[in-house]
Design a protein around this ligand. Sequence first.
Ligand SMILES: NC(=O)C1=CN([C@@H]2O[C@H](COP(=O)(O)OP(=O)(O)OC[C@H]3O[C@@H](n4cnc5c(N)ncnc54)[C@H](OP(=O)(O)O)[C@@H]3O)[C@@H](O)[C@H]2O)C=CC1
Ligand SMILES: CC1=C(/C=C/C(C)=C/C=C/C(C)=C/C=O)C(C)(C)CCC1
Length: 297
Amino acid sequence: ILHAVIQTFLRPRLKCIDGELCLITGAGGALGRLFAQEFAKEGAHLVLWDCNTAANEQTAKLARELGVQVHTYTVDLSKRQNIYETADRVRAEVGEVSILVNNAGVVAGRRLLDCPDELLERTLLVNCHALFWMTKAFLPQMKANNHGHIVTIASALGLFSTACVEDYCASKFGAVGFHESLTHELLAEDMDGIKTTLICPYIVDTGMFAGCEIRKELRSLIPPLEPLYTVQQSMKAILAEQQMICIPRLMYIAFLTRALLPWEANVATYRFMGGDKCMLPFIQNVELKTSNGHIKS
Ligand SMILES: NC(=O)C1=CN([C@@H]2O[C@H](COP(=O)(O)OP(=O)(O)OC[C@H]3O[C@@H](n4cnc5c(N)ncnc54)[C@H](OP(=O)(O)O)[C@@H]3O)[C@@H](O)[C@H]2O)C=CC1
Ligand SMILES: CC1=C(/C=C/C(C)=C/C=C/C(C)=C/C=O)C(C)(C)CCC1
């Protein structure tokens, strides 16, 4: 506790990752692209994975302009074999990955009973199962060198839940559990050269949860996060080798009250803050886009 208190007041020493090889999944997406740029600014060479080739190449172009080497791979993270095969190619064509950022994520965005099973399954495969296969593919090399860093981009919804995003909450609670257990395993094995960081942001303004909102009067108190701010805060935590970060800090309170308060008190808080129905406009948005043919089902 003393150590944590001192750390809060001291400016933490940030590690140097110049020349390290960093793999980012979902690198064509909003946060993935910003992570790629921030890691490139720190001098890390990049391996970028995404299922969207064009978006991934665009991220690579932006990162190369910052003077680092970038390798791109088109991969479907919902397919275990595709992950293992692409990991083999990375090892053969690029080298040893020492920083792994598991960032790719999806959400069904439909009410449970209206949602095709495949879409629910995909959320679990991409947000949770892929963490197992990515770790099995890249941890052995890190262990051999007792050097590496595994970053899990989870969510505040991996620490407490809300209505109508069962697939997403289950996958992110799974991601948090996986990350914690892995961290304990590395500590128990004295693998002190392999660090882990868990990132749990509130709504980020990337479009993934477009429409999700809490009670109007409280929106200015807890506004959606700016993507760049989210990634910069995450980078600080990663480079300081911090075990976990909630963004903003207010999310620690939501996490704590979930555990400390009786269930009924939590329900009352959700109702008061509009946390109970925050996903309804988001789901309506998705329905609208789907019926207009904008979103692949
Ligand atoms: N936005 C938010 O409010 C929050 C997001 N997060 C988490 O942050 C992470 C990044 O989110 P964000 O940048 O907003 O999301 P984006 O949708 O912008 O980016 C996600 C990227 O992952 C790619 N992807 C999706 N499925 C697969 C797959 N099967 N295989 C390979 N790549 C895939 C997407 O490709 P495509 O676009 O083609 O599907 C996209 O490029 C996610 O894990 C998300 O859960 C956490 C808290 C809040
Ligand atoms: C439920 C709830 C809240 C709202 C949380 C929301 C709206 C979270 C959205 C998170 C997202 C979209 C994460 C994506 O990964 C409050 C107001 C903090 C109060 C406590 C209960």
